[in-house]
Write a protein that binds this ligand. Structure first.
Ligand SMILES: NC(=O)c1ccc[n+]([C@@H]2O[C@H](COP(=O)([O-])OP(=O)(O)OC[C@H]3O[C@@H](n4cnc5c(N)ncnc54)[C@H](OP(=O)(O)O)[C@@H]3O)[C@@H](O)[C@H]2O)c1
Length: 299
C-alpha cells in the first residue's frame, strides 16, 4: 500500500531515475543529479582524494557542509577534475552558530572561499533553531536566516536554497514569512527511520527530500531482512538501502572513503524492488543511525 502511494507520486513527478546522473527537477526548474555523494566525517586530509575518486566513479553531485571542515578538499577536487563547473552539483550548509541575517551572509562568503568556486548549486540551513534552545525567538531566527538565503539566491550566488533537518512544524512557521519556497529539505532517512510523514509533507509542498545517512551510518547494512532481499538480486545491502530511497522519489547521499564502496553505491539502476519489498523495508524499525529529533537537539 505504502509503495503504491510512492508509485503514484513517482509517475506524477515523471522523474524516474535510470542512471547516476539522471536529474530530478527542483521547484525552481534547477536540475539535480538524483544520487549524491556524502562527505560527513571524511577527514579533510583525504577529502581531495576521496572526492576525486567519486567524480571518477561518475558522481556529479557532492554534499558537504561548513561543519565538516572539508569544503576546501571538495572544491579543489572539482577544480582539478577537468569537468566543467556546471557539470558538478555542489551543496554546502550553514552551521548553527552562524544563524541570523548578517552572520549568514558572512558564513556564506567563508564557505565560498573554502570551496574556491564562484557560485554554489545548493545552500542549506543545516538545522532549524528550535524552541528547546531559543524559546519563542526560534521562529524569528529561522526567518532571518532564510531572508539572507533569499537575498543570496536573488543575487545569483546560489542556484537553489533549502533546509536540512526541518520538520513540518518548522517549515509551516518558515512559510509564514518566506518569499521564496525552499527547494530541498535534507533529513535523516534510512531503513529503520523512514520519516514517512516528513517526506509526505515535503512532497505536498513541492520540496525535494534528500536522505542523509541513507545507510543508517552503516547500521542498516547488517539487517537480515535486507540481506535476504539483497541476495535475491545479487546486490549488497547498501545497494538495496539506496534503491529503497530512489524508488520513493527521494535523493540519497551515501558516504564512503573506500573506492570499491564508492563504486558499489552507484550500481543501483539495474534492479527494482517489488511493492512488497518496499513495504517490508519501510516497516523495519530500530536498526541504528542517529535518529535525531530536531526539536530535541542542543546544538
Ligand atoms: N544534513 C545533516 O544534518 C547531515 C547529517 C549527517 C550526514 N549528512 C550527509 O549525508 C551523508 C551520508 O550520511 P552518513 O555519512 O552519516 O552515513 P551513510 O552514508 O548512511 O553511511 C556511511 C557509513 O557507511 C559505510 N559504507 C558506505 N558504503 C558502504 C558499502 N557499500 N558497504 C559497507 N559500508 C559502507 C561508510 O564507511 P566507509 O566510509 O569507511 O567506507 C560509513 O561508515 C553525509 O556524508 C553527509 O554528506 C547530512
Amino acid at each position: 500500500m505504502l509503495y503504491l502511494i510512492h508509485r503514484v507520486k513517482e509517475e506524477f513527478m515523471m522523474q524516474k531515475l535510470t542512471s547516476l546522473t539522471s536529474p530530478l527537477e527542483l521547484n525552481n526548474g534547477v536540475k539535480i543529479p538524483g544520487l549524491g555523494f556524502g562527505t560527513y566525517q571524511t577527514p579533510a586530509d583525504v577529502t581531495y582524494d576521496v572526492v576525486t575518486k567519486a567524480l571518477k566513479a561518475g558522481y556529479r553531485h557532492i554534499d558537504t557542509a561548513f561543519l565538516y571542515g572539508n569544503e576546501e578538499g571538495v572544491g579543489k577536487a572539482i577544480k582539478d577534475s577537468g569537468l566543467a563547473r556546471e557539470e558538478v552539483f555542489v551543496t554546502s550548509k550553514l552551521w548553527n552558530t552562524d544563524r541570523g541575517y548578517d552572520k549568514t551572509m558572512a558564513a556564506f562568503e567563508k564557505t565560498m572561499a573554502n570551496l574556491g568556486l564562484d557560485y554554489l548549486d545548493l545552500y542549506l540551513i543545516h538545522w532549524p533553531a528550535n524552541h528547546k534552545q531559543f524559546g519563542d525567538e526560534a521562529e524569528k531566527i529561522n526567518a532571518e536566516t532564510w531572508r539572507a538565503f533569499e537575498d543570496l539566491y536573488k543575487a545569483g550566488k546560489i542556484k537553489a536554497i533549502g533546509l536540512s533537518n526541518f520538520m513540518p512544524n518548522h517549515i509551516d512557521a518558515l512559510l509564514k514569512t518566506a518569499e521564496i519556497k525552499p527547494m530541498v529539505n535534507q533529513i535523516e532517512v534510512h531503513p529503520g527511520w523512514p520519516q514517512t510523514e516528513a517526506i509526505r509533507y515535503n512532497e505536498r509542498h513541492g520540496i525535494l527530500t534528500e536522505a542523509w545517512a541513507p545507510l543508517g551510518e552503516a547500521a542498516a547494512l547488517s539487517n537480515e531482512t535486507i540481506a535476504q532481499i539483497a541476495a535475491k538480486y545479487g546486490k549488497s545491502t547498501a545497494q538495496v538501502c539506496l534503491r529503497w530511497g530512489i524508488q520513493q522519489g527521494i535523493l540519497p547521499l551515501p558516504k564512503s572513503v573506500h573506492e570499491e564502496r564508492i563504486i558499489q553505491n552507484t550500481d543501483i539502476f539495474d534492479f527494482e524492488l517489488t511493492e512488497d519489498e518496499m513495504d517490508i523495508i519501510g516497516a523495519l524499525r530500530n536498526l541504528g543511525g542517529q535518529c535525531k529529533v530536531p526539536d530535541q537537539v542542543d546544538f
